[in-house]
Design a protein around this ligand. Structure first.
Ligand code: NAP
Length: 337
């Protein structure tokens, strides 16, 4: 019988039980510098053994390469893996910098077939709309996604970077199992409308970048120290004067970790779990890692309890962060609130 080391929580209202922490697979193919593929694949196996069930990818990660990378692992463990992928950000091979947000039904229908093919599966467990194009009525997009459920191509629906009002509007068209948006000690704008709406509707919240893309762990303190091609080199919070100011804000995380015999990553993850409890919300953070040692460290954080005094030390941090969480904020939920 499968042994769960991680506690389990429901995916969506009354949904199936999944490990209370998932694994972000994005960095295994793109964005965060060079990857050791063998170690990344070993990390997938280690995650499953640790009780992780939710594995997160998207069609744009590595322009499909990330779906192809995890496909064999998913197929080998099909009944134990909850496979999440996403559509909506169009890329073009001939222009690496091209990005367009696509929410139209025709695009959705072709994107799901392409993802299924790359993954080599018949059904995606959780299919997210990655970004919202306000020019397309939400009912049209979610309606097209609901048809994918009826066709047996998708089991559950999810949204990413939508506001509370948009989540409610979508839910009225079809139940939404999960909302995936950025949420961490540094980035808390989702607590304004998205988090309360998810709590009210029984939508599971899937915080992405819960480690602040690694910055909260202290593994880097400035964009310039990262390798060429690492997308974080252009991140406003890690560049120029912002980097030094924001690195100082990580100090309380480090101090709590040192005092408690934890790592900064564990403190950052424990904060997300406990902050969700304050809102009466089910969360499944998806820290991204390509290394087994970090996977073990991150998994252990799901059961760490921070004290009231420790939470109070972390509380003011997000209000002091300088720089936006994206160089271009126009596609974030915060831009539409
Ligand atoms: N919906 C969206 O728009 C969206 C946007 C961004 C990300 N995501 C998803 O969310 C997942 C997680 O977000 P993320 O990868 O951006 O950021 P994250 O989880 O906050 O941080 C990942 C970074 O932290 C490092 N790391 C992980 N565990 C660590 C530890 N214990 N100690 C020190 N460093 C550690 C990783 O490096 P190593 O890999 O070298 O360990 C990686 O560089 C992604 O993989 C992706 O699936 C979704």
């Amino acid at each position: 019988m499968q042994q769960h080391l991680l506690p389990t929580v429901p995916l969506g209202r009354g949904g199936r039980l999944i490990g209370a922490q998932g694994l972000g697979c994005m960095g295994m193919s793109e964005f965060y510098g060079p990857t050791d593929t063998a170690e990344a694949l070993a990390t997938l196996d280690a995650a499953l053994e640790a009780g992780v069930t939710l594995f997160d990818t998207a069609d744009i990660y590595g322009s499909g390469a990330n779906e192809e990378l995890i496909g064999p692992f998913v197929r080998a463990n099909r009944d134990r893996v909850v496979l999440a992928t996403k559509f909506a950000i169009e890329r073009r091979a001939e222009d690496p910098r091209y990005r367009a947000v696509r929410n139209d039904p025709e695009y959705i229908r072709s994107a799901v077939d392409a993802s299924l093919k790359r993954l080599g599966v018949d059904e995606i467990d959780l299919y997210y709309m990655h970004r919202r194009d306000p020019a397309v009525p939400l009912a049209e997009s979610v309606g097209a996604m609901a048809e994918l459920v009826q066709a047996g191509k998708v089991r559950e629906l999810g949204l990413s970077e939508v506001t509370g009002a948009e989540l409610r509007e979508a839910y009225a068209v079809h139940p939404i199992a999960a909302l995936q948006s950025e949420w961490s000690v540094f980035s808390r704008d989702v607590e304004r409308t998205a988090v309360p709406a998810a709590a009210e509707l029984g939508v599971t919240f899937v915080p992405y970048s819960p480690l602040g893309r690694g910055f909260l762990t202290g593994s880097f303190a400035a964009a310039e120290t990262l390798s060429e091609g690492d997308y974080r080199r252009y991140h406003p919070q890690f560049s120029g004067a912002n980097a030094a100011a924001n690195a100082a804000l990580v100090e309380p995380i480090r101090a709590i970790a040192a005092e408690r015999g934890l790592t900064p990553a564990q403190v950052a993850l424990a904060w997300v779990h406990q902050r969700a409890a304050v809102h009466g919300l089910t969360v499944v953070p998806i820290p991204g890692t390509r290394k087994r040692t970090r996977l073990a460290e991150n998994t252990a954080a799901a059961t760490v309890e921070l004290t009231g005094a420790e939470l109070a030390l972390l509380e003011p941090i997000s209000g002091q962060v300088t720089g936006d969480r994206y160089a271009d904020m126009s596609s974030t939920s915060a831009a539409r609130e």
